[in-house]
Design a protein around this ligand. Sequence first.
Ligand code: NAI
Length: 246
Amino acid sequence: MTELDGQVAIVSGASRGIGEAIARSLSEAGCSVACVARDAARAAAVADTLESEGRGYACDVSDPAACADLVAAVDGELGPVDILVNNAGITRDNVLVRLKDEDWQTVMDTNLRGAFNTTRAVARGMMKRRAGRIINIASVVGLTGNRGQANYAASKAGLVGFSKSVALELASRGVLVNVVAPGFIETDMTSDLPEEARVALFERIPLGRLGRPEDVAGVVRFLAGPAAAYMTGQVLVVDGGMVMNG
Ligand code: NAI
């Protein structure tokens, strides 16, 4: 018996990186996991190798109708959704004056609107059942800002405001909404960093190493579980100490 036995989780962007690690971690905790990615085969490749029951679903989170269909399909095939992890995210980096309208819009549509689409789709069911956990993956740059990432940082800061608002709305129905803000995690998203920049980064990280997807997944598992039953509207920073406020 593990702490999330019999629960159903949706993890967006689960085909690789942090999302894959979250799917594996929730599966080890006993969840049936719906692994969501734009590509069905990639989602299934992860889902088929999970410890507990898993299923792959193709869904572009920026499409509201697709998100509603996704939640209905998961409900029918795995059961009502107990846990939603909004992890799908993209970058289109450039300095402000070179940032194209399209770079702004696609980042907003995936990172911020995507979380809205899926959260709205699960909210009614969770409210009715008077239970649910929603965990949104933001970023430390949403808290601090970052040169060359005005679009991405705005989307992640937006996710924090969105999460706190929804946490307030849903608290009385037993639905908890929290945010995890990772620092620099080694995934495909960050793989093309030049060696010099990597060394400079180490110097900014008190724990002396880049993060691993599992470092984020462990905190998500905590937020999804019974130990976090009295937490909502919080932002947990997972960055090896890189950003310390206050
Ligand atoms: P990644 O690029 O390795 O994986 C992103 C995942 O999201 C992929 O599975 C991709 O298929 C999926 N995805 C992208 N657009 C989608 C869409 N429209 N619909 C459905 N799925 C979509 O990225 P990584 O590094 O694993 O990042 C995961 C999350 O963590 C993202 O939200 C990212 O912004 C956030 N993050 C990552 C950090 C890092 O250092 N890697 C730091 C802080 C936050």
